[in-house]
Ligand binder design. Structure first.
Ligand SMILES: [Ca+2]
Ligand SMILES: [Ca+2]
Ligand SMILES: [Ca+2]
Length: 494
């Protein structure tokens, strides 16, 4: 049931680019299923489950803080008012209480958002300030119609990089862009166009990494990776994996290096190891048009100029979640800054037929990988989805995910959970519930026919613990809109 075959997988792949300006892009519905039925109590919030029992929450878990403030509540451009989606999070390696976030603001159901927003906290996530990323889309004084795929990372000395996909819905113009802040995320420059396409190619799903290791020969290098959906097919003909680098703090970027042209390639995620090696993990397959078969791996030991031949490191038993668009074919990838251990986590259907958080580990720079292990410890029929992994300064490994385990029907009531390993991913402590009460995912934004918290969430390691950033639905006292998605933040420590 959960295993998706053939054409539906293709539709899911294309759903990432369904809002591409190419007129020939067809919005193919996701699986028909329970999401088509009317929400319970349509038009008003569904009945919420009883308040969580204290027993389900553990010491050391703080009350979540709302990080987003609905910057575009009077927006009249047809986007979904008050919706935030797809949050990402970075912590300054030199001061992990300094957090910078990015998310989508007012999501369009047809793809992308009205704007992307940055959030800054200098007190470990207790308080946040948010603002529209300047000069990007119209609401922030920029030329673009839509923004999406926010990705933030710290560089050295309070530099922060915010990557986004900026594009137009009315013409084929789209670009991979990176904005730079030199004051820790308080103010931002205009987005630098790393790579732009106007010929029908569609650039998508970027992620960024920065070398923040002073002893590395490539200290300060910025690496931006993404896929290019090539024009000329039905609607595309290929999906190339590429990586561009900047050696001048994001002022200019070299022409991208092509990692792989064969098959599909999506979800590219670069990470830098303590010796300056750049590692890349992404989802791919052998033949373009088929669904993702596994995760691919490549690395560069000379600052991103040359890359090892991509190879598959693990197979993927893709597990979608009915009615939701989740991170079902997006790997999360973390490097331990001290040991250099590599961690890749995702949702996989191999354990129970339903998505479960899954991890593989490499202790030798990606030469060999552990067998997959199941991390999520909820009931086998409750999906654990949109998984994130991070390592902290103590060498602990954290894995976070949304879970439907508190919904007796296993369909709409979600919580965020966190699991920690103290032994490098060999064993995990029982899941900690991060959300104090379940939220109904049907109040998140719509992407096509699916509810959409985002293709990923935020998770970072701090000095002794972790910090999470996710999209949930919380109480909104004093506003007319009582149920809508917001970005929430919480620490999880020992
Ligand atoms: Ca909101
Ligand atoms: Ca996305
Ligand atoms: Ca995208």
């Amino acid at each position: 049931m959960q295993k998706i075959v053939g054409g539906v997988v293709l539709a899911l792949v294309l759903s990432w680019v369904a809002a591409a300006p190419a007129a020939s892009v067809t919005q193919t519905p996701l699986q028909q299923g329970p999401h088509d039925r009317a929400p319970r109590g349509a038009g008003k919030p569904p009945a919420r489950p009883a308040a969580p029992s204290a027993a389900t929450r553990q010491a050391g878990v703080s009350e979540p803080v709302r990080a987003s403030t609905d910057l575009l509540l009077s927006d009249a451009a047809g986007a979904q008012l008050g919706t935030q989606a797809e949050p990402h999070l970075a912590a300054d390696p030199a001061d992990p209480s300094h957090l910078v976030a990015g998310w989508q603001e007012n999501r369009y159901s047809t793809g992308g958002a009205r704007a992307v927003t940055y959030g800054v906290s200098t007190d470990g996530g207790r308080t946040w300030t948010d603002g529209l990323l300047p000069s990007s889309t119209a609401p922030s004084g920029g030329p673009w119609q839509r923004a999406t795929d926010p990705w933030v990372e710290f560089g050295p000395e309070k530099r922060v990089y915010f990557a986004s996909l900026l594009y137009n819905a009315s013409n084929p113009d789209n670009a991979m862009c990176v904005s730079v802040s030199t004051d820790g995320g308080v103010t931002w420059g205009s987005p630098e166009k790393v790579f732009r396409s106007t010929n029908g190619d569609f650039n998508d799903k970027e992620a960024l990494a920065v070398d923040t290791f002073p002893s590395s020969k490539h200290y300060g290098n910025v690496y931006l990776a993404w896929d290019i959906n090539k024009a000329g097919g039905q609607p595309f003909s290929a999906q190339h994996a590429v990586i561009a680098r900047s050696t001048d703090g994001g002022q200019t970027y070299k022409a991208p290096v092509v990692l792989r042209t064969k098959g599909n390639n999506v979800g590219l995620l670069p990470r830098v190891g303590p010796d300056g090696t750049v590692y890349m993990v992404w989802a791919g397959n052998k033949k373009y048009g088929l669904g993702p078969e596994g995760f691919y791996f490549s690395k560069s030991t000379n600052g991103g100029r040359k890359w090892s031949k991509p190879r598959q490191i693990v197979n993927l038993d893709m597990a979608a979640v009915p009615g939701l668009r989740t991170g079902e074919f997006v790997p999360s990838f973390a490097v331990d800054r001290a040991s250099g251990a590599l961690y890749v986590a995702w949702q996989d259907g191999r354990w129970t037929g339903t998505a479960q958080a899954t991890l593989i580990v490499s202790l030798d720079g990606g030469a060999t990988w552990s067998e997959p292990m199941r991390v999520s410890d909820g009931p086998g029929d409750a999906a654990a989805f949109t998984v994130s992994v991070a390592a902290n300064a103590r060498g602990d490994v954290g894995v976070s995910y949304y879970s439907l385990r508190n919904d007796p029907d296993r369909d709409w009531l979600a919580d965020v959970y966190m699991q920690v390993s103290r032994d490098g991913g060999l064993t995990f402590e029982p899941a900690q519930r991060i959300t104090p009460s379940s939220f109904d995912v049907r109040f998140t934004a719509r992407a096509g026919n699916a509810y959409f918290p985002g293709d990923y969430t935020g998770l970072v390691g701090t000095s002794t613990g972790f910090h999470l950033l996710w999209v949930g639905v919380g109480p909104r006292p004093g506003t007319e809109v009582t149920a809508q998605p917001d970005v929430f933040s919480a620490p999880a420590t020992e």
